[in-house]
Design a protein around this ligand. Structure first.
Ligand code: NAP
Length: 293
């Protein structure tokens, strides 16, 4: 496989993709809605790289074959989305310490013939707070609603980044107990009513996506106020009703698109070794989400 090249005078669109293009992708079930190829491809275009990212629909029964296919087909890597993050963590040749801790891989990097499993969700979340609100968790009190895959990455990242406290609230209490241990020793289970004394409040549930998610948000946005940062990991819509209400209550708000962009940016960096063009990725993703609504 060759790096970017081509004949002077030809546009990338005329010569790429080609038989020499380096291929990555995203595997999931379903996958056709995924913004990952758009994010990756906008980065490759901005970097002038002859790389291409596509979606691979993979049913759970065929995850093992799909992972083996990365090696067989010579792909440079693979982004992994729902519902395969946990299964892939058991199928790669090596996991980073973080991926092992989370038991979830969202990015496979092929190094020679070895497949390395990494997880960029938590770092992507932290980068989105830094860029979107100049927020760093060091010494801050944080509350996370949810205990699923996204919440677990966030809880671990906040704890590792020096948060003073990571309080976890979840509809199913037993899952909150397990998730809170990821931020040990500062993680604990708590109540949504604690939100007003927190510096950061994160909704890591699908409630903001709308009707089918069901139920009111666990943290009433009216209880939030100026000086707090409220984050909803949902990015469809870009601004959820909970986030809008939190903003009206005076809180600074950050939507989920930032995490999506930054976790993909880190994947691009792992694969290519180049600094990701976050601005180009952000522009492509926000235009697409706005178009979809
Ligand atoms: P998940 O593993 O299925 O976990 C869902 C979590 O939400 C669970 O804790 C669940 O509670 C809770 N929940 C679901 N419906 C609820 C309701 N009606 N009321 C209260 N709690 C509810 O999902 P996930 O992968 O963590 O994703 C969660 C959300 O984050 C999704 O909307 C997803 O789109 C978003 N997300 C965003 C990014 C990003 O980059 N911005 C990345 C990943 C995910 P129980 O334990 O009680 O079931």
């Amino acid at each position: 496989m060759s790096p970017a090249g081509g004949t002077p005078g030809q546009s990338p669109g005329e010569r790429w993709p080609s038989a020499a293009s380096i291929v990555v992708g995203v595997m999931g079930d379903p996958v056709t809605h995924s913004l990952s190829p758009l994010l990756h491809n906008s980065a490759f275009a901005a970097l002038g790289l002859d790389w291409i990212s596509v979606g691979f629909p993979v049913v759970p029964a065929e995850v093992r074959e799909a992972v083996e296919g990365i090696r067989a087909l010579g792909l440079a890597g693979m982004s992994v989305t729902m519902p395969h993050k946990a299964a892939v963590a058991d199928l790669v040749d090596e996991r980073t310490e973080l991926a092992a801790t989370l038991g979830a891989v969202n990015c496979i990097v092929r190094r020679g013939n070895r497949l390395i499993g990494e997880n960029t969700d938590g770092a992507g979340f932290l980068n989105s707070l830094a860029r979107g609100a100049a927020f760093t968790p060091d010494g801050r009190r944080c509350l996370v609603v949810g205990a699923g895959g996204a919440a677990r990455a966030v809880i671990q990242a906040l704890g590792a980044a020096g948060a003073a406290e990571v309080v976890v609230c979840n509809r199913t209490a037993a899952r909150a107990e397990v998730a809170a241990t990821l931020a040990a020793p500062v993680g604990r289970v708590g109540e949504p009513a604690e939100a007003p004394v927190m510096d950061l409040v994160v909704d890591a549930t699908p409630v903001g996506m709308g009707d089918d998610a069901g139920g009111p948000p666990m943290v009433s946005p009216e209880t939030l106020h100026a000086g707090q940062l409220a984050v909803d990991l949902v990015y469809h819509p870009l601004v959820t009703p909970w986030l809008r209400a939190a903003s009206l209550a005076g809180a600074t708000v950050v939507g989920g698109l930032g995490m999506l962009v930054h976790q993909a940016a880190l994947q691009v960096e792992l694969w290519t070794g180049r600094a990701a063009p976050v601005g180009a990725m952000w522009a492509a993703a926000s235009a697409r989400v706005a178009q979809d609504h």
